[in-house]
Ligand binder design. Structure first.
Ligand code: NDP
Ligand code: A1CAB
Length: 273
């Protein structure tokens, strides 16, 4: 399966980010990309780039051979029911980025003939810097390879067991928000010690990028890199220890666990529909 026309159903935050990443990657021409939502005028900026925009999901599925579902969890069931009559197992592959809705949930509506994936990117997909985790229970190796290759164009991508999909949602997708909050706090601290907001942001953002790049390029554990920074009796260890006394690591881990626990509640919305 080589996606020659991609249809994204649900042109909201993530759907639009995927479309922008696809356009930037040149993986597919804008004319071979369709994106839908009910308030179609909100997709005018993509239409201006040559993307096909529509408020008709079924017609849009006829155009695409890869269909990406990017609606809210409580909306996916009725959309699957809507597009089911036009789904062709010999043509279509379905990829859902919807949180908490399982492969089995989707197959309970559309059957198991069409290859189905769960794909968990994050909003950095818009600039081709997503971490994307992918799972399937019925797609063949060739389709798995195609989907993996596609999302590798948009950042990094790995196949995982579906049982880890909620965990990947929290660490990868919610992780963008957690990291932004870290950066915001660093900016606020920078202002307290003398920088303007703009310079504080410039320093904080480049420092986070540098830290991530160090780990990516060396493969080191973060604590190895911390050891290189913490001069004995120095200012780094004093600040780090105070942050830990205030619950820095603990609050992050607790937040991750709370987010993870919340996902089973999101999935119940599918059942109630
Ligand atoms: N935002 C994120 O960072 C991430 C989100 N996710 C998951 O992705 C999904 C989408 O999230 P997000 O983009 O934030 O949500 P949004 O609400 O921004 O986007 C959902 C879009 O679906 C559209 N929509 C609703 N009903 C229909 C319909 N019947 N036909 C076509 N389009 C429809 C809505 O537009 P309209 O009302 O105009 O129809 C809306 O723009 C969720 O399931 C979320 O859990 C996963 C990982 C990260
Ligand atoms: O907050 C949410 O529920 C969605 C899933 C991951 C990111 N946003």
């Amino acid at each position: 399966m080589n996606p020659n026309h991609i249809t994204i159903i649900g042109g909201g935050n993530l759907g639009v980010a995927i479309a922008e990443g696809l356009i930037a990657s040149k993986y597919i021409a804008p004319a071979n990309l369709t994106i839908t939502r009910r308030q179609i005028e909100k997709l005018d900026h993509l239409a201006a780039k040559g993307v096909i925009t529509s408020d008709n999901n079924s017609k849009s599925c006829l155009r695409g051979n890869l269909i990406i579902l990017a609606v809210k969890p409580y909306q996916i069931k009725e959309i699957l029911e809507e597009i089911k009559p036009v789904l062709d197992p010999n043509k279509h592959v379905l990829a859902s980025v919807v949180t908490g809705v399982t492969l089995e949930d989707m197959q309970s509506v559309i059957g198991s003939d069409v290859s189905v994936f769960r794909v968990m990117p994050n909003t950095a997909i818009a600039i081709r810097e997503s971490m994307t985790c992918i799972a399937t229970n019925n797609a063949d190796q060739e389709s798995q390879q195609s989907i993996l290759e596609l999302f590798k164009q948009l950042g990094d991508a790995i196949m995982i067991d579906e049982g880890l999909m909620s965990a990947s949602t929290v660490l990868g997708a919610c992780g963008i928000a957690y990291t932004m909050r870290f950066i915001r706090a660093a900016i606020q601290g920078g202002i307290e010690i003398g920088f303007s907001s703009e310079v504080s942001q410039q320093i904080a953002v480049q420092t986070v990028k540098g830290a991530a790049s160090l780990l990516m390029e060396t493969g080191n554990h973060p604590e190895q890199e911390i050891d290189r920074v913490t001069t004995p009796k120095g200012c780094t260890i004093a600040g780090l220890n105070e942050m830990e006394h205030q619950g820095f690591s603990s609050s992050l881990i607790k937040g991750i666990k709370i987010s993870h626990g919340k996902i089973s509640g999101i999935a119940e919305e599918f059942e109630r529909k």
